[in-house]
Design a protein around this ligand. Structure first.
Ligand SMILES: O=C[C@H](O)[C@H](O)[C@H](O)COP(=O)(O)O
Length: 142
C-alpha cells in the first residue's frame, strides 16, 4: 500500500517519525513535504498529497499539522477525498468503518508520538463496513 504523507512545519517532526515507521512496516511512502520546521502554509503540501490519493497515485493519505484542522479542511476540498481528523483510537476506527476515510489528519500538538503511531496503525488496518454507510458516502459524492 502506498501512502501519501504531508505536513506543515507544526507537523514535521511527527511526519518524519511516521514515515520511518511506515517504511519499517513495508508501506511505500510518497512524501509531499514540508522538509523542515520553517514556518510555511499547510495548503502547499497537503493539497498535492490529497490530489495524489484522489487520482489513485496513492492508496491512502496521512496529513499532519499542529491541530490537524487546517490540514483536514484543505484535504477535503479535493473531490473524492474523505479526510478524517482523528484524536484517539475510537475516532480513527470509526473513520474507517463508517466513513471509509481515505486520508487521516493528526495534530502534532494534540497527542504524543506514541498515540499518533497507535492511531496510524489502527487506521491503516481497519476495513470499511459498507452497507448503510456506503449509501451515505454516495450521497456525499453527489
Ligand atoms: O490548522 C492548522 C494547523 O494546526 C497549523 O499547523 C497551525 O495553524 C500552524 O500554526 P503556527 O503557524 O502558529 O505554527
Amino acid at each position: 500500500m502506498k501512502i501519501a504523507l504531508a505536513s506543515d512545519h507544526a507537523g514535521y517532526k511527527y511526519k518524519e517519525i511516521i514515515k520511518e515507521w511506515l517504511k519499517s512496516r513495508g508501506y511505500e511512502v510518497a512524501d509531499f513535504g514540508t522538509d523542515s520546521e520553517e514556518s510555511c502554509s499547510y495548503t502547499d503540501f497537503i493539497r498535492p498529497a490529497a490530489e495524489a490519493v484522489a487520482e489513485g497515485k496513492c492508496d491512502r493519505g496521512i496529513v499532519l499539522g499542529g491541530s490537524g484542522n487546517g490540514e483536514a479542511i484543505t484535504a477535503n476540498k479535493v473531490r473524492g477525498i474523505r479526510c478524517a481528523l482523528c484524536w484517539d483510537l475510537r475516532s480513527a476506527r470509526l473513520s474507517r468503518e463508517h466513513n471509509n476515510a481515505n486520508v487521516l489528519s493528526l495534530g502534532q500538538r494534540m497527542m504524543s508520538i506514541e498515540e499518533a503511531i497507535e492511531i496510524v496503525e489502527l487506521w491503516l488496518s481497519t476495513d470499511f463496513e459498507g452497507g448503510r454507510h456506503q449509501t451515505r458516502i454516495d450521497a456525499i459524492e453527489k
